[in-house]
Design a protein around this ligand. Structure first.
Ligand code: XMP
Length: 515
């Protein structure tokens, strides 16, 4: 879909740099409406192709010298507009209203004490409804033509509209789950005010993307690296549906995958009808890693070796024109920043991260999807639920879970330990309740006793976390009986390990991986 436009209802979200902007987009997509986020100072060229606009919040104050004020003349009054938080203050401040510092900074929960009757934006929402506030300025005087729609005990103008135009503004954040009717309010804006049709569905996406990929790629060949993860798999299946055997997939065994994973995932890929070549480069990776202990140096050695192996394989396929990638929307959004009045474009490792010598064009069928949408599309494509529900697994694999240098023996020990831990999580139904789990091989030995013998063997740590996106994480309080069973099984079955510990650190300050 790179250059192809979704032809259903389209919403534009202008980002003023709020931490919640992506959340607005996710809520809108959950309502089956297509939306795009663009930085406030880079209005997309074809503004007429959007049917409505949402202005996001911002860390700035409209009263400061740095206040962000884009020219909205192509939007305001011409399209349905919903301004959130900073957006609401922006509309007031620059259109005859007054924004002043709040007597108290308003953060957290509040309740709507007044809602104007008969307003479509508040249909189905009653007074008392909880909303989430996060602002230190308040709208004292509404802009010209402003009509107050809702208030809280502390904020008189918690929502307003502008008479004679489809322009609405709210001080609170409907996208945050603490705003209990936030989704209803967004639905009211989209369906009752902007007249949208909820046509952004996984099935529509698949149908549209297959047509678009055929147009984009034509009769060319595409090469794509499969990792066993959700994104590359869904990207490959979509491309396969669009161009069949013109897609050449490469699945590299770096020798740092989970026990038996290379073989089983390769079989799964073949079962899906993918044109895939499995390349066992374990020895090459292990020799590139020999003696390296520094975590970043490990990552670099693995990254470099991967590119070499992939490049060697890609060159064996004649006349390849495209590189397929599983880039998803958060990576794309991250590559555009809203820092200050001028838009700075920073490069991101997943966006256009192509070695120069591989002169291939990039095709990214998932670049407009959030992670949960990738899973939904995967389901609609009939991809196995187990594969779609897989925990994230880092590209450098077990290398960053073996502290210190890496040897084939250490990898084999950790694979056994990890297989027991993950196997038990699956057999007890705990796997799907955990966001990510794995085992870590520590670079220390400890004394133990087995039978009459004294042992001096390795220690492993187990880690299981809950998270939404890996940015923050909490350790999971796994049942003690479960931990006891796993610990016994590891010590009894894995030669060379005599002690198991459980990691009870949250992120921050600890990271999920130990390296
Ligand atoms: P941390 O350890 O930073 O991990 O809390 C957050 C998430 O990122 C994964 N991770 C990586 N993924 N290459 C990857 O592809 C890496 O070098 C890497 N390091 C960490 C980690 O597994 C977790 O899901």
């Amino acid at each position: 879909m790179n250059n192809n436009r979704f032809e259903g209802s389209r919403l534009l979200i202008l980002d003023f740099g709020s931490q919640y902007t992506q959340l607005i987009a996710r809520r809108v997509r959950e309502l089956n409406v297509y939306c795009e986020i663009h930085p406030y100072n880079h209005l997309p060229d074809e503004i007429d192709s959007y049917d409505a606009v949402i202005l996001s919040g911002s860390p700035y104050s409209v009263r400061s010298e740095e206040a962000l004020h884009p020219d909205l003349s192509a939007i305001r009054g011409k399209k349905p507009l919903l301004a959130v938080c900073y957006g609401a203050q922006y509309l007031a401040h620059f259109s005859g209203g007054e924004v002043a510092p709040s007597a108290i900074r308003e953060y957290g929960r509040a309740n709507l004490s007044y809602i104007k009757a008969g307003e479509p934006l508040f249909e189905g929402i009653a007074t008392g409804s909880q909303v989430w506030m996060s602002h230190s300025d308040t709208i004292k005087v509404l802009p010209t033509g402003g009509v107050c729609l809702a208030s809280t005990a502390d904020v008189v103008n918690a929502a307003y509209r502008i008479e004679g135009e489809p322009t609405y503004a709210i001080q609170f954040h409907p996208e945050v789950s603490h705003s209990t009717d936030g989704k209803q309010l967004l639905a009211n804006f989209l369906f009752k005010i902007a007249g949208f049709t909820p046509n952004w569905t996984a099935d529509n996406f698949v149908e549209m993307t297959i047509t678009a990929l055929r147009e984009q790629v034509g009769r060319d060949k595409v090469v794509l690296g499969l990792s066993g993860g959700v994104d590359s798999t869904v990207a490959a299946v979509l491309l396969n549906k669009a161009i069949g055997e013109q897609l050449h997939c490469i699945f590299v065994n770096n020798g740092l995958l989970r026990k038996g994973e290379f073989e089983s995932v390769l079989l799964q890929y073949e079962g899906m009808g993918l044109n895939v070549k499995g390349v066992d480069a374990s020895a090459r990776f292990l020799s590139a890693l020999a003696g390296i202990t520094d975590p970043e140096a490990k990552r670099k050695a693995i990254g470099k070796t991967f590119i070499e192996v992939f490049d060697d394989e890609a060159h064996k396929i004649s006349d390849v024109k495209w590189l397929g990638q599983g880039t998803i929307y958060p990576d794309v959004i991250e590559s555009l920043s809203v820092k200050g009045p001028s838009a700075t474009i920073k490069s991101h490792h997943n966006v256009g991260g192509l070695p120069d010598y591989m002169k291939l064009k990039v095709v990214e069928p998932l670049r407009m999807l959030f992670k949960d949408e990738v899973r939904r599309v995967g389901r609609s494509l009939g991809i196995d639920a187990e594969l779609l529900g897989r925990h994230p697994f880092p590209g450098p694999g077990l290398a960053i879970r073996i502290l210190g240098d890496i040897t084939a023996e250490k990898v084999a020990v950790l694979q056994e330990v990890d297989a027991i831990f993950i196997g038990n999580l699956k057999s007890t139904g705990l796997y799907d309740k955990v966001w990510q789990a794995g085992a870590i091989l520590l670079p220390i030995q400890s004394v133990g006793v087995m039978g009459d013998e004294r042992t001096y063997e390795k220690v492993v740590a187990l880690r299981a976390v809950e998270s939404v996106d890996g940015m923050t994480a909490d350790w999971v309080d796994l049942p003690h009986a479960f931990l006891q069973k796993v610990s016994n099984e590891i010590i009894n079955k894995v030669k060379g390990v005599n002690r198991v510990v459980y990691d009870i650190s949250s992120k921050p300050p600890a990271t999920i991986e130990w390296e």
